[in-house]
Write a protein that binds this ligand. Structure first.
Ligand code: CA
Ligand code: CA
Ligand code: CA
Ligand code: CA
Length: 237
């Protein structure tokens, strides 16, 4: 009976309406580059008409070294990538701040007061994104602004993934962003930087979820199901 109760609550978490919400699947095609070659893409751009918070995504590339090709930030093939050419380090910045026609500056109320809680307690929620490729050490910072003047930044570090590694899900608890009203979100920014020359990273599916590692849940449910089955067999025998 104890197992049954645990299984039901785990299922409720997994199937709940707020269990995971993808804010940006990184669809569309958008490229920015700092230290441009012929013909130069801009170092920052905004793409409108997207199924993301505020309908628009700002991208910016910041290169540290000034060597040809420098730093690219690319949305394509359903992923966001930050790519540094040989000998280069740099930053890639993605901002969701509505259609402000200004990819270099943050419209801190541009999302108009988005409710990221969806009825869940803030203490249960996490931001997440999936790292699908990384050949350098990248630091990342996530900044959230609310429309009431609050803002906070939290972040982490992502180590190198070997080609054989599976995707890594990075998570950041909402509780790290003290002072931010998550029912009145005005802008969100995710910034990646590396000190490793030629470091490249690719991520997918920036969003929110109610538990830090939902990928563990199906395994747990499977294990619980197995235990329940064993118990049932024993009683019948
Ligand atoms: Ca995608
Ligand atoms: Ca914008
Ligand atoms: Ca625009
Ligand atoms: Ca902007």
């Amino acid at each position: 009976m104890k197992y049954l109760v645990m299984s039901v609550s785990a299922l409720a978490l997994f199937a709940g309406p707020a269990s995971a919400v993808v804010l940006d699947e990184f669809n569309g095609s958008q490229i920015v580059e700092d230290v441009a070659v012929n013909p130069p893409p801009p170092s920052a751009s905004e793409q409108d008409g997207l199924a993301v918070p505020g309908g628009s995504r700002d991208l910016e590339a910041q290169n540290d070294d000034g060597i040809e090709s420098g730093t690219d930030v690319v949305v394509g093939s359903g992923l966001l990538a930050v790519n540094n050419a040989a000998g280069n380090t740099g930053n890639g910045i993605v901002t969701w701040d509505g259609d402000d026609d200004d990819p270099l500056n943050v419209a801190t109320s541009g999302l108009g007061g988005l409710d990221l809680l969806g009825g869940s307690p803030a203490g249960n929620l996490f931001f997440f994104f999936d790292v699908v490729q990384n050949d350098g050490v990248f630091d990342y910072d996530l900044t959230v602004w609310d429309t009431l003047g609050g803002s906070a930044t939290a972040g982490g570090q992502i180590g190198t993934l070997s080609p054989d590694d599976s995707t890594i899900r990075e998570t950041l608890a909402f509780s790290l962003f003290s002072g931010v009203d998550f029912t009145e979100v005005g802008a969100i920014q995710l910034a990646f930087s590396t000190d490793d020359a030629a470091g490249d990273i690719a991520i997918d599916n920036f969003g929110t979820q109610v538990v830090p590692l939902p990928a563990a849940l199906p395994m747990m449910l499977g294990a619980l199901g197995g235990l329940g089955f064993l118990g049932w067999r024993r009683k019948r025998a």
